[in-house]
Design a protein around this ligand. Structure first.
Ligand code: IVH
Length: 687
């Protein structure tokens, strides 16, 4: 290609790519598929490689291309970068105080009109000055001391939301000021990646943004995904400025710069207060952190009249929100046991006010997280409480870790390890390989798990004790009448009628239901134990395979894996459950209380056409309920699964069957309607 044509083509490509960048990064509305974008990008790269003279500073290919710097060059700001007065009173009175000051300075009396304010978010990142000459980004600088900052142009070029070239009729000189920040999702993703590589993570998005811009190596900066919002001007030349701040922001948006959509023009103190409240509601739904809102007198003429005190404009103020992060110290690290036995390490903290409440505990999520963060007693930590989310320990401030000065202090300062036994019931704590969450293995005995265990035990598909629901279990457990399922069988009428709202008649009914539940099946009994990973279908498989509870209890991992559909995870859960003496004790008590079951129930069904086959039920059948169909299948030794896979033998489909039916068609699984299903069960269907 001759140089002229190459230059023309490069220019077209650059404009195209910048247009797509703007749509993608600023408007959040991609205009072309990624592949097409990549194609344009590669074409431009190839052109520039063939004609190095074409490689201009504003070319999109130059976003990540700079060499590491020995140091940042100082930049003297043409217009000083001021800071902004902060209103620390987070209540509405903070906004009223600002409005009153502005009115006083402007000499406005009570009868005079309300002042208009441009209101926007206070982003939590790093202030940057972008210098555009004839629409081309030529320099980017940090705020520094306000007079002199550091040149960070190379790093700023890596921020995709910042246009390298502006659009439209731009003034010959335009300095744009705004905030570079890291969004929460980008922050999480970056940390995730770092963790996977075993590298250092960022403490918070703010540090992420600041650290990234102050990287001497632009390649490193490029790895950290940053965003940008423009909020004001620096030096400008040859521009007939709009009359208002809101007008300035509109103009910047029209030039292709990202301006946050959460902004408005409001009148007077009430308008400020309403915006403050509205954005506070919105705060946790935003994909980035804000620490408050900013109020600016909208009229640029009035701004001029108000002027500055020392280094702060009188026409603007930042009105804060309660901080979502705070520093405090760790007094102890304990573990909590959840309703399902999940063990959660929790840091006990010196009380700290964060997110609007006093926090004394914060979760460490799980053992791996606690170790990764390396939280120790005595540490100073960052605690975060965003919205109604449970407070969490974000990170340790390592520089503040106490030195081990006294002998014996080592215990205080050692890394966190899970206790071996449940702090509530003393049963062994187990963490299955490949799982993040450790659990108490005393499912049947642990007070923390009692309610859950009893409800499960009494459930319709377990021992089916009618009338033993939420409310009753709550009362029985809270009044310490029942500790384990075995205690159910020791309940007398007298004890029952002492309970709140329990009439003699209903007490008798429940006792009768408990009595009736004593005669059950082995499968139901196994399911009722609440062994982790043992659902109803597995319980049935186990009952069929082992034929007796004693045989099941005696089985080792290898033997268990001979059961169809039982893999290493399920087998390990079963072994763990029966290895816990507390659980075995409860089983003995249940037997002693007279709970019995029929064993070897499925043997007679083995020869049926349904034996060993897997069914999936979907949609509404004309006459059969799903439970009824399931019972029929299982009575003949078949199984019912929840989703369609290659292992499915039949899908029984009724009206309004959805994706499962589609999947069955895809996988070419036999599909039956109710009539064909009944025929199959009767032994007449050949397929
Ligand atoms: S205006 C003369 N607007 O807050 C007024 N600043 O001390 C100059 N900030 O670090 C600032 N969001 O980077 C303004 N919407 C916003 C802002 C904002 C965040 C930062 C700014 C500076 C500090 C002001």
């Amino acid at each position: 290609m001759n140089p002229e044509r190459a230059a023309a083509r490069a220019e077209i490509l650059r404009r195209e790519i910048e247009r797509h960048n703007h749509a993608y990064y600023v408007l959040d509305a991609p205009t072309v598929p990624d592949a097409e974008y990549d194609r344009l990008f590669r074409e431009l790269q190839a052109l520039e490689a063939g004609h190095p003279g074409l490689r201009s500073a504003d070319s999109p290919t130059q976003r990540v291309g700079g060499k590491p710097l020995p140091e940042f060059a100082p930049v003297r700001h043409a217009v000083p970068m001021l800071s902004i007065r902060t209103e620390t009173d987070t209540e509405p009175s903070g906004a009223r105080a600002f409005d009153a000051r502005v009115r006083r300075e402007l000499g406005l009396g009570e009868g005079d009109a309300l002042v208009d304010y441009a209101v926007e978010l206070k982003f939590d990142g790093l202030a940057i000055n972008l210098r555009y000459e004839n629409g081309v980004l030529v320099q980017a600088a940090t705020r520094g001391d306000g007079e002199t900052g550091e040149e960070v142009t190379q790093n700023i070029r890596t921020v995709r939301r910042i246009p390298l070239r502006l659009a439209g009729a731009v003034p010959p000189l335009l300095e744009v000021r705004g905030e570079v920040f890291m969004s929460r999702p980008d922050f999480e993703r970056y940390n995730e990646k770092q963790r996977a590589r075993g590298r250092a993570t960022l403490v918070n998005p703010r540090n992420g943004a600041a650290g990234s811009i102050r990287q001497l190596d632009p390649a490193m900066a490029a790895e950290r995904p940053l965003s940008f919002y423009a909020y004001g001007l620096g030096d400008t030349r040859g521009w007939n400025l709009p009359a208002t701040h809101a007008g300035v922001l509109d103009a910047l948006a029209a030039f292709g710069l990202p301006v946050c959509e959460h902004r408005a023009v409001v009148a007077g103190a009430d308008g400020l207060i309403a915006f403050h409240a509205r954005m506070r509601e919105m705060r946790d739904a935003l994909p980035f952190d804000i620490d408050g809102v900013v109020y600016k007198v909208n009229s640029l003429a009035l701004q001029q009249r108000l002027g500055f005190v020392t280094r702060e404009p009188r026409w603007a103020v930042a009105h804060k929100y309660p901080a979502e992060e705070a520093l405090t110290t760790v007094e102890a690290i304990e573990v909590q046991v959840g309703r399902t036995g999940a063990i959660t390490p929790v840091a006990r903290l010196a009380p700290v006010f964060v997110g609007g409440v006093t926090v004394t505990n914060a979760t460490l999520h799980n053992e791996a997280e606690a170790r990764r963060k390396d939280v120790r007693i005595g540490d100073t930590v960052v605690v975060r409480r965003a919205g109604d989310v449970i407070p969490e320990v974000v990170a340790v401030v390592m520089e503040r870790r106490p030195k081990k000065d006294l002998p014996g202090d080592e215990a205080l300062h050692s890394a966190f390890a899970l206790p071996k036994n449940c702090p509530v019931c003393g049963s062994a704590i187990e963490r299955p390989e490949d799982e993040a969450i450790a659990r108490c293995s005393g499912g049947l005995v642990c007070p923390a798990q009692r309610k859950q265990a009893l409800l499960h035990f009494a459930g319709r598909r377990a021992l089916d004790i009618e009338g033993l629901g939420d409310k009753l279990v709550e009362q029985l457990v809270d009044n310490a009448i029942i500790k384990t399922p075995a205690d159910l069988y020791k309940l007398g009428l007298l004890k029952m009628i002492t309970l709140e709202r329990m009439a003699e008649k209903s007490a008798a009914n429940i006792l009768a239901a408990i009595e009736k539940s004593k005669a059950t099946t082995l499968a139901r009994f196994i399911f009722a134990l609440g062994i982790r990973n043992v659902g109803e279908a597995t319980a049935k498989d186990l009952a069929r395979f082992f034929g007796s509870l004693d045989a099941l209890m005696a089985a080792d991992i290898d033997r268990l894996q001979q059961v169809p559909d039982v893999g290493p995870v399920v087998a390990a859960s079963i072994v763990r459950f029966f290895a816990e003496p507390h659980n075995v004790e409860v089983i003995e008590q249940l037997r002693a209380a007279g709970v019995t079951w029929t064993e070897g129930e499925a043997v007679a069904a083995v020869s049926s056409p349904v034996a060993g086959k897997t069914f999936v039920l979907t949609g509404t059948l004309p006459t059969l309920t799903r439970d009824a169909a399931r019972d029929m299948i299982e009575a003949l030794g078949g199984k019912v699964a929840g989703s369609v896979s290659k292992k499915t033998d039949y899908v029984v489909a009724g009206a309004e069957a959805g994706s499962k039916l589609e999947k069955a068609r895809d996988l070419e699984v036999a599909i039956l309607d109710e009539a064909q299903f009944r025929e199959l069960l009767a032994g007449g269907h050949k397929s």
